[in-house]
Design a protein around this ligand. Structure first.
Ligand SMILES: Cc1cc2nc3c(=O)[nH]c(=O)nc-3n(C[C@H](O)[C@H](O)[C@H](O)COP(=O)(O)O)c2cc1C
Ligand SMILES: CCCCCCCCCCC(=O)C(=O)O
Length: 394
């Protein structure tokens, strides 16, 4: 006999998403999107053109990408029993602001290759689940338009720091005016790595004018064009490729960027503890420990293996965030136990976007939150703030 189950009467926890799925099962309904991360990626692979799939899935070579995952297995949670976990708090304080969970949406460029809704759909999903979003400089919609979709949910703006200071200033000041709350400067992409999968398909979407909305909507960028951007896309791409890269930049240049905005600045792509110390000395507000999802330095350290060193160097004095390899709730707990203040979700939300647009991203976020909540409880903890290295097996 089938007994009825009403998820609405269950206590309010992110983990209830699990009960919701089982309750649908009682009505004969299976989840529309595959549950396992790996199966969701396989579904995305079916729906995306091969070049777009590989642009997201690929790395620079693939050993660092694989290491990002396998390294997580070397850290094991050490559960405690008979603690009261009836009330749980997934909140984290990041740049002085309390957020309801440790999750943030990582900056992923050129999302129009994944789904027509691109960053607008992702922003709507982020707002629905109240997960802060970091918008890439190389986005498919202009930063002002994406910010509007976030409503009251926090947005940060990720800067690809161009070699033209006036353009950099224009971008960060537009972000500040639009209501973004922090600037993330990505340091690990001074140039594009040797990406075998993309080279195999001779595929770089920016060269077709995709992902350039923040440039074509920028007065400083457009002042460098002879015609309006819509009238000469080849000139747009040429000018973009002239200004994008700034290989000569050093730590000393940060002072000018610091002066260009009142917003907190967070440096993304820091792996060495001494670079984290330099970031602090340069007046930065945080760092994101990341190897760009294994897309830049093939053979680099797995990002999770770099986290403790950076936390030990600067964690008491600035925020330390983490990305590269987060797939499941346990990964989030491990990163927080090692000292991360928050974690960025990258490829998993891209697969949700590919499979079902905004709804797919929302579902990925809700599932991850449920997994975090249940894993937290089952390890005997009632708050993420209570995790520390003691929560990991020695
Ligand atoms: C398709 C794609 C595009 C990306 N674009 C950007 C970007 O524009 N700016 C940036 O700072 N990082 C970018 N990243 C890196 C992510 O922000 C993040 O560091 C990475 O995805 C984390 O690895 P994971 O997705 O394997 O967890 C991109 C990653 C992917 C997969
Ligand atoms: C002149 C060509 C330079 C191309 C640079 C592209 C930057 C990559 C932007 C997106 C990204 O971060 C990614 O990982 O992909």
């Amino acid at each position: 006999m089938t007994r009825s189950f009403d998820v609405a009467t269950a206590p309010e926890h992110y983990g209830n998403h699990q009960l919701g799925i089982y309750a649908q099962g009682l009505k004969g309904q299976l989840p529309e999107l595959p549950l396992r991360y790996e199966d969701m990626e396989a579904r995305a692979r079916e729906v995306l053109p091969p070049a777009a799939y590989w642009y997201v899935a690929g790395g620079a070579g693939e050993t660092s990408m694989a290491a990002n995952r396998s390294a997580f297995d070397r850290y094991r949670l050490l559960p405690r029993m008979l603690t009261d976990v009836s009330q749980r708090d997934l909140g984290r304080t990041v740049l002085g602001k309390r957020q309801v969970s440790p999750l943030m949406i990582a900056p992923l460029g050129v999302q129009e290759i994944i789904h027509d809704q691109a960053e607008l759909g992702v922003a709507r999903a982020a707002a629905a689940v109240d997960v802060p979003m970091i918008l890439s400089t190389v986005s498919s919609f202009a930063l002002e338009d994406v910010r509007k979709e976030l409503g009251t949910t926090s947005g940060w703006y990720q800067l690809y720091w161009p070699n033209d200071d006036a353009l950099a200033t224009s971008l960060v000041q537009r972000a500040e005016k639009a209501g973004y709350e922090a600037i993330v400067v990505t340091l690990d992409t001074k140039m594009l790595a040797w990406r075998e999968r993309d080279l195999d398909g001779a595929y770089l979407p920016f060269l077709k004018g995709q992902g350039l909305a923040n440039y074509t909507s920028d007065p400083v960028f457009c002042a460098g064009l002879e015609k309006p951007p819509q009238d000469d896309m080849r000139a747009v791409v040429k000018h973009w490729s002239d200004v994008f890269a700034a290989p000569a930049r050093t730590w000393d240049d940060l002072a000018r960027l610091r002066d260009a905005t009142k917003l907190p600045i967070v440096l993304k792509g820091v792996l060495h503890p001494e670079d984290a110390i330099k970031a602090r000395e340069a007046g930065m507000d945080g760092v994101i420990v990341s190897n760009h999802g294994g897309r830049q330095v093939e053979g680099s350290i797995a990002a999770i293996d770099a986290l403790a060193g950076v936390v030990d160097a600067v964690g008491a004095r600035m925020d330390v965030l983490f990305d590269s390899g987060i797939r499941r709730g346990a990964d989030v707990l491990k990163a927080i136990a090692l000292g991360a203040d928050a974690v960025l979700i990258g490829r998993p939300f891209a697969w949700g976007l590919a499979c079902a647009g905004q709804a797919g991203v929302e579902e990925v976020l809700r599932r991850l939150l449920a997994d975090i909540d249940l894993t937290l409880a089952l390890t005997g903890n009632d708050s993420l703030d209570g995790l520390s290295r003691v929560s990991l097996a020695p």
